[in-house]
Design a protein around this ligand. Structure first.
Ligand code: GDP
Ligand code: K
Ligand code: MG
Length: 271
């Protein structure tokens, strides 16, 4: 039995893709303890593959029940593959969540959805360059509305599920932040694919992390000390340092990956 989870921003097309993948075989309930809808279904023509539609989220912070449900599911239930559905007409904004999903260490496939609209609007996206920006993560272009690219997505997802070795697709923050993250991993004894996720949560002093991963008070204090010193040196709070790091990383590669029509015009008139 394989489990494939769908994660993405609200209105990125998760439910449309879920329906395209599962057809009529669906089960709707609630996630335990919260009134957030849980939808599961069977992949068409693969009755040994379950699809889980996670709630729509913009980040993996602990500030909404949807975010908590999604992160608990990804971290604790270990889906075989996490499909990150991206509204490709809003690529840059959607990639903020992508950076976080990759940091969880879950095996990911990026599904660039709304490609029908992207083409109509004359937006150019280079999926190979996008893949390169995230350590070679598989990228598939789809339209959940027009039902295109779905077979290729399924093929890619099943191939990813079969891969045994773990590959880190997360990007690097500034050297100063990376140094602290590495020390946190050592101090907390974090290992395995989700080590980086926990290190970043400790760095951010995430309000739910103590429940998820209790540490000895002395170690917790030592980590606080490291982060406090960096916050002082950078004159910024830890959460902002991390979110700025993500935005900076995306904005540094996005122009090589995506071109909007007016940008093309500007380029051609300037030379
Ligand atoms: P969710 O909030 O992520 O579950 O997104 P939905 O599946 O409900 O889709 C949000 C809206 O986008 C709906 O109006 C869909 O019909 C539309 N939509 C979803 N996928 C596509 C697509 O590939 N192309 C276009 N043009 N519209 C889409
Ligand atoms: K919706
Ligand atoms: Mg939905």
């Amino acid at each position: 039995m394989l489990t494939i989870a769908l994660a993405g921003n609200p209105n990125s097309g998760k439910t449309s893709l879920f329906n395209a993948l599962t057809g009529a075989k669906q089960h709707v309930g609630n996630w335990p303890g919260v009134t957030v809808e849980q939808k599961t279904g069977q992949l068409k023509r693969h009755n040994d593959v379950e699809i889980v539609d996670l709630p729509g989220i913009y980040s993996l912070s602990p500030y909404s029940p949807e975010e908590v449900v999604s992160r608990n599911y990804i971290i604790n239930e270990h889906p075989d593959v996490l499909v990150n559905i991206i509204d490709a007409t809003n690529l840059e904004r959607n990639l903020y969540l992508t950076t976080q999903l990759l940091e969880t260490g879950a095996p990911c496939v990026l599904a660039l959805n709304m490609m029908d609209l992207v083409r109509k609007r004359g937006i150019n996206i280079d999926p190979k360059k996008l893949s390169q920006a995230f350590g070679g993560v598989p990228v598939v272009e789809i339209s959940a509305l027009e039902n295109t690219g779905i077979d290729q997505l399924v093929e890619t997802v099943l191939a990813t599920a079969k891969k045994e070795e773990y590959k880190d697709r997360s990007f690097k923050y500034s050297p100063a932040i990376e140094e602290v993250l590495n020390k946190i991993e050592d101090l907390a004894g974090l290992t395995g694919p989700s080590a980086r996720y926990y290190a970043i949560k400790f760095f951010e002093n995430d309000e739910k992390i103590d429940q998820d991963y209790p540490l000895a008070p002395a170690i917790r204090q030592e980590i606080r000390g490291l982060v406090d010193r960096l916050e002082e040196a950078e004159d910024n709070d830890a959460e902002t340092l991390i979110s700025n790091g993500r935005y900076d990383y995306i904005s540094h590669f996005i122009h090589g990956v995506m071109e909007r029509p007016h940008q093309k015009d500007k380029l051609s008139t300037s030379d």
